[in-house]
Design a protein around this ligand. Structure first.
Ligand code: TZP
Ligand code: MG
Length: 223
């Protein structure tokens, strides 16, 4: 049976996968509906909604809207941080940080929906695997101005180590762009997560299209 979990794992492990993060605070003031529709028009197949510091009701309403449009487009929908909002809007999954609800609790509540866990080192990656996460986020790979993570850039060598240490799909994050995505995939990231590169682009749909087209680029054939 195709559960949300299975679909999500499939989406983040398809070759040269892109994991788009929709953070309304990072879109240069452009309206939420236009950013969402641009990501979908560009062909995004996984969208995470990330909304920091806004009232729960507003987050919920953005999630309802995102669920409606992603469903219509056949795109998977993940909610960042908030399991209650993921469940109440019928999201395909939730993405949790190290300071969020424990994975075991989240699994009990999420059942067959997907769970991704943010990790920054080997121990956290192994814990996420043991705890039954569906994928790990790993980063920051490069320097980024989008979030103060409290960690120096982990770099590609560390990504390679994590790749060897876990069988979980890895969604790499932090400072990833159209220019460096190829290196990240080659270093073992199954999927590349991007915020600024997509949302600060002049033409968001075109940016998504170009990153998805990297699948056809010469390096893509070797891995
Ligand atoms: N977690 C680690 S780095 C980061 C998050 C949420 C920010 C990623 O943003 P960008 O703009 O793609 O570097
Ligand atoms: Mg979080």
């Amino acid at each position: 049976m195709s559960t949300s979990r299975n679909l999500l794992v499939r989406a983040v492990t398809r070759p040269h996968s892109l994991y788009a993060i929709l953070d309304p605070a990072q879109s240069r003031g452009r309206p939420f509906p236009s950013i969402l529709s641009a990501l979908l028009k560009g062909g995004a197949s996984v969208i995470q909604l990330r909304a920091k510091g806004i009232p729960t009701r507003e987050f919920f309403q953005l999630a309802v809207e995102t669920r409606r449009h992603t469903s219509a487009a056949g795109c998977l929908f993940i909610v960042n941080d908030r399991l209650d909002i993921a469940l109440s809007t019928g999201a395909d999954g939730v993405h949790l940080g190290q300071g969020d609800l424990p994975l075991a609790v989240a699994r009990r509540l999420m059942g067959d929906r997907g769970i991704g866990i943010s990790t920054h080192d080997l121990d956290q990656a192994k814990d996420a695997e043991r705890g039954g996460a569906d994928y790990i986020g790993f980063g920051p790979i490069f320097g980024t101005a989008t979030k103060h993570t409290g960690y120096p850039p982990r770099g590609l060598p560390m990504l390679k180590k994590i790749r060897k240490a876990t069988n979980l799909p890895i969604v790499a994050i932090g400072g990833i762009s159209e220019q460096n995505a190829g290196m990240v995939w080659e270093a073992g990231g199954n999927s590349v997560a991007m915020i600024g590169e997509l949302l600060r682009a002049e033409n968001i749909a075109e940016k998504v299209r170009r990153i998805l087209a990297l699948r056809q680029a010469p390096f893509a054939s070797s891995s």
